[in-house]
Write a protein that binds this ligand. Structure first.
Ligand code: ATR
Length: 281
């Protein structure tokens, strides 16, 4: 094996359904790079041993998915500011045996929307154009809120079934985040610039997200972190009302880019061909 062969992986449990190997191996092929990206199942009880084995095998880095995104932080020698603020690590780079953790989910969320705006010529839409309504206060919401604050959303209305979790998350954005009760989710949409579902509602096998978009402004952009199905009921309702819609698959594709760049030195592009391959898989 050549010295330039770059070994990378994703760790999780379970891991068989991860789309990350397909995405990274496709980029390795497209850019003509020598390397590998494999899916490695590590049970939570043996996470530290599993990670040590990756260092010993000479990996350049790895992605981290459920359920290890929080636990892996303790195993890192350094965790950057964004990962600390989001409260999870999804990308680790190994340099001289030391583990550097970061989080690329906020980047993935923002880039998915920005690239949709560029592709669709929605030049009149921007993150700083008005309030963002965020449904949910779990792990995905933390990254979404980080991105919204970073991209200059002037205010964020946060709603979660368990209100205390929303109150807790709101502390991170201090005066820019206002918590409303979950029951008000259809009412708070009036005048919103952006509407984001970060809950698991609407995902295949999960209950539907009950929401009425009739109060949403015609300028609003609606997005869902759920991508199976690709067009969730939320997005279909938004499309029927003529609102701008951005599906969640792009967040998955864009969040993978910074890790690939850290390990292989090339910032890869998200193309319609890649999206099609991932959706077909
Ligand atoms: P993730 O890391 O994908 O965000 P999570 O941390 O488990 O997953 O968060 C799931 C989100 O979906 C939470 O906001 C959760 O609300 P609670 O905090 O009240 O649990 C939300 N969610 C899941 N099932 C829901 C339901 N039936 N109704 C409303 N919200 C729901």
């Amino acid at each position: 094996m050549s010295k330039n062969f770059v070994k990378t992986a994703v760790i999780g449990h379970p891991i068989a359904h991860s789309k990350s190997p397909l995405i990274h191996n496709e980029w390795l092929r497209v850019y003509g790079l020598q390397g590998s990206y494999e899916a490695i199942d590590i049970e939570p009880e043996v996470l530290a041993d599993g990670v040590r084995a990756l260092v010993e095998r000479g990996l350049a880095g790895f992605n981290v998915t459920i359920p290890h995104k929080i636990a892996v932080m303790e195993l890192c020698d350094e965790v950057d500011k964004r990962a600390r603020e989001i409260g999870a690590v999804n990308t680790v780079t190994i340099r001289d045996g030391r583990l550097h953790g970061t989080n690329t989910d906020a980047f993935g969320f923002a880039q998915n929307i920005l690239s949709a705006c560029a592709n669709e010529s929605w030049n009149d839409w921007s993150f700083d154009g008005g309030a963002a309504v965020v449904l949910g206060a779990g792990g995905a919401a933390r990254a979404v809120i980080y991105a919204l604050l970073e991209q200059g959303a002037p205010s964020i209305i946060l709603l979660n079934r368990t209100r205390e979790k929303a109150e807790e998350l709101a502390q991170t954005g201090a005066d820019r985040i206002k918590v409303e009760s979950w029951q008000k989710r259809s009412d708070v949409l009036e005048g919103a610039n952006l509407i984001v579902n970060t809950t698991s509602l609407g995902m295949e096998g999960k209950p539907r997200l009950e929401i009425d978009l009739s109060k949403a402004s015609s300028d609003a952009l609606v997005t869902d972190v759920v991508y199976a199905p690709l067009y969730t009921e939320l997005l279909r309702q938004a499309e029927a009302r003529g609102l701008r819609c951005v599906s969640g698959i792009g967040m998955l594709l864009h969040q993978a880019r910074p890790g690939f760049e850290l390990w292989n030195g090339i910032m890869p592009e998200v193309t319609p061909e890649l999206e099609e391959k991932v959706l077909e898989s």
